[in-house]
Design a protein around this ligand. Structure first.
Ligand code: COA
Ligand code: AMP
Length: 641
């Protein structure tokens, strides 16, 4: 057994489970409340109980106003660093103090109110990684509106689905986003999405961003800078609108097992309490320090650790519009850490695989002063041991993997640096955080012994910040998470616990794949492939990729009588996924085959196809209808993967 005694973790975790109300009630003291909760946890409310019932607060107040009032007015709240926004080769850096950020947020909040947006109204953001995105998210929180950020790498149809579901009064967008060697024009995608959607927003506020401006639709679109100038002239400022702890702060859509995404709801109170708690106890950050989360605001990690948690804590947050490599080189991350004196970086393992490939000896690392840098945190996908090992050797700081889901809003299992770091075991994101009782069960919900793989479940109730429900879909939420294992939340991840209680997360039990830390549904991609007029049948699965972890690969069976060149159809299918789902899917490989391997009951043998594609050992499934099909698949894959 590992000696785990020097950390406070075990005592703290045990207390959180023995007395959840006492534990989280105490943590809630670090948040400013307008009215404290009448009940820390009410098991009779919601799908599994609700946190901080009766509590009244404002999330934006806790992120900004209280720090300005408390002596941090001149401290930098946000550093925006964009190697893509400056063609001179230097990075473009813009800083906002807490006072400046508050001023911008107050103004934009007032502009939104002028557009009729109030408490409970939904607002969609479809934006690149610019400070205005943070300003808009906080302005929503300030006036009690519910934001829903849609990742810029999603195509118009995905945005349309989210508009239909969230029914926003207002949409924030920009003329363009920047990707290496490519300007992403957001406006045509926004216009197409609004056309496709049965629900139309009352107004759109558009940031005209160099190098590419865009036309505005008369009567619907408004120029962001113009509205800002007018608001400054009129000295407009929105006050904080009190909301209930249980009111929604945001909706974040994530891939479901069908093409229709799930709108994960986040509340105000539990979110603020859990995230504030995490900043010191989990990440070891003290107020005033610089914290860098290298995700995108379109993902949960970006919501929690670029926008909210660092500001709840009075830290300085970095928003980075660039890549780990190529902007301009594999030293990009070390340049940002050194220049802004970041004490911690939180990113996905895929970024490190990309850096390692370009700079295996870590020569870029030694060009920068990383003396302030204390900890590297990884999440979003399994941190493969060789990558962790390389990062530890090169950086000579602790490398902490931690396990997350959009649904939970913060980490489920991690290594709490602030409570006292536990020994790192490569391949494990360490131990459950306070409030999470993680178990591994078989199909009959029977607990499995240490070391045995099964479904990972969390005993209800979930801790604060976790989803109370899916947006206007309680039944779908129950079906997706609570029905299969009564009394538990189903993570849809498979793995095991070891004898020290360390969690090992090995893969999903559903059709979700993880591409460069991005969560995607293969079922959703299959729906797109099947919509091609020449495709009779298809299967999409994730195959191994040395950088992105997994990439999707589509197998197509063409309709009888199709005589067009197969390569042409394969190309069309690839383009179709990019057009309908977006470039983020990284769907570059479609292979036409004569037939798909199936069981005698007609189920496609995706697991076996994947093993063949990954070059792993595989056994002939006993239930296969025709074993010869697998040889055909092997032949079709030759030279393609
Ligand atoms: N808007 C528009 N397009 C976007 C986009 C955005 N916000 N973000 C990504 N894309 C596009 C990219 O341009 C790329 O398009 P391409 O096919 O034309 O090249 C595609 O979507 C895939 O992007 P990405 O996943 O970023 O891959 P990449 O090949 O550009 O870079 C890595 C590879 C490993 C460097 C990159 O994936 C990375 O840094 N990952 C870290 C992931 C992360 O932090 N995840 C958050 C979870 S914690
Ligand atoms: P998302 O909701 O996009 O954050 O993706 C959540 C999924 O990513 C989880 O269900 C896991 O499958 C995977 N994941 C996230 N972090 C980790 C991790 N540290 N180790 C293993 N898998 C992870």
């Amino acid at each position: 057994m590992t000696n785990l005694n020097s950390s406070r973790y075990h005592e703290v975790h045990a207390q959180s489970l023995a007395d959840p109300e006492g534990f989280w009630g105490e943590a809630a003291r670090d948040i400013d409340w307008i009215e404290p909760a009448t009940k820390v946890f009410d098991p009779s409310m919601g799908l599994y109980g609700r946190w901080f019932v009766g509590g009244v607060l404002n999330t934006c107040y806790n992120a900004l106003d209280r720090h300005v009032a408390g002596g941090r007015a001149d401290q930098v709240a946000l550093i925006h660093d964009s190697p893509l926004a400056n063609s001179s080769g230097r990075s473009s850096v813009t800083k906002f103090t807490y006072a400046q950020m508050l001023h911008e947020v107050q103004m934009l909040g007032a502009v939104m109110q002028d557009h009729g947006v109030g408490k409970g109204d939904r607002v969609i953001l479809y934006m690149p990684m610019v400070p205005e995105a943070m300003i808009a998210m906080l302005a929503c929180a300030r006036i009690g509106a519910v934001h829903s950020v849609v990742f810029g790498g999603f195509a118009a149809k995905e945005l349309a689905t989210r508009i239909e579901d969230a029914k926003p009064k207002l949409i924030f967008s920009a003329s363009c986003g920047l990707e290496p060697g490519r300007i992403v024009q957001y406006k045509p995608l926004l216009d197409e999405a609004i056309n496709l959607s049965g629900v139309k927003p009352d107004a759109c506020i558009i940031l005209q961003r160099p190098p590419h401006g865009c036309g505005l639709v008369a009567g619907r679109d408004h120029d962001w800078a113009e509205l800002r100038s007018k608001a400054i002239a009129a000295k407009k400022a929105a006050a904080c609108v009190p909301v209930l702890a249980t009111d929604p702060l945001y909706i974040l859509y994530t891939s479901g097992t069908t093409g229709k995404p799930k709108g994960v709801v986040r509340d105000n109170g539990g979110h603020a309490v859990a995230l504030k708690w995490s900043m010191y106890n989990l990440y070891g950050i003290t107020p005033g320090e610089v914290f860098w989360c290298g995700s995108d605001i379109g993902w949960v990690v970006g919501h929690s650790y670029i926008i909210y948690a660092p500001l709840f804590h009075g830290a300085t947050s970095i928003m980075y519009e660039g890549k780990p490599i190529g902007t301009p080189d594999a030293g990009a991350f070390w340049r940002v850490i050194a220049e802004h004196k970041a004490v911690a970086l939180f990113t996905a393992p895929t970024a490190f695989r990309a850096i390692r490939k370009e700079d295996p000896d870590g020569s870029f690392i030694r060009k920068y002063d990383l003396s302030k840098f204390r900890t590297l945190f990884l999440a979003g996908e399994r941190a493969d041991p060789p990558t962790v090992d390389w990062a530890e050797k090169q950086l000579k700081v602790p490398v902490i993997d931690h396990w997350w889901q959009t649904e939970t809003g913060w980490c489920i299992a991690g290594n709490p640096v602030g409570l006292g770091q536990l020994p790192v075991k490569h391949g494990s994101p360490t131990v459950p955080m306070p409030g999470y009782k993680v178990e591994v069960v078989d199909e009959a919900a029977k607990p499995l012994p240490a070391g045995t793989m099964g479904s990972i479940v969390i005993k209800l109730p979930m801790p604060p910040a976790c989803l109370p429900t899916l947006w206007e879909q309680d039944e779908r939420c129950k079906e997706a998470y609570f029905n299969e294992f009564p009394g538990y939340y189903k993570t849809s991840d498979a793995g095991y616990l070891d004898e020290d209680g360390y969690v090992y997360v090995m893969g999903r039990t559903d059709d979700i794949i993880n591409v460069a830390g991005h969560r995607l549904s293969t079922g959703g991609m299959e729906e797109i492939l099947a919509s091609h007029p020449d495709v009779a049948e298809c299967a999409v699965l994730g195959i191994k990729d040395t950088i992105k972890g997994e990439v999707p690969c589509g197998f197509l069976v063409l309709k009888a009588g199709v005589e067009r060149p197969v390569a042409e159809i394969e190309k069309e299918v690839v383009a179709l996924v990019r057009e309908k789902l977006g470039p983020v899917a990284a769907f570059k490989l479609a292979i036409a085959v004569g037939r798909l391997p199936k069981t005698r009951s007609g189920k496609i043998l995706r697991g076996t196809i994947k093993k063949i594609a990954d070059g792993e050992d595989w056994a002939m499934p006993a239930t296969i209808e025709d074993p010869k099909v697998l040889d055909e698949i092997g032949t079709a894959l030759k030279g393609r993967v």
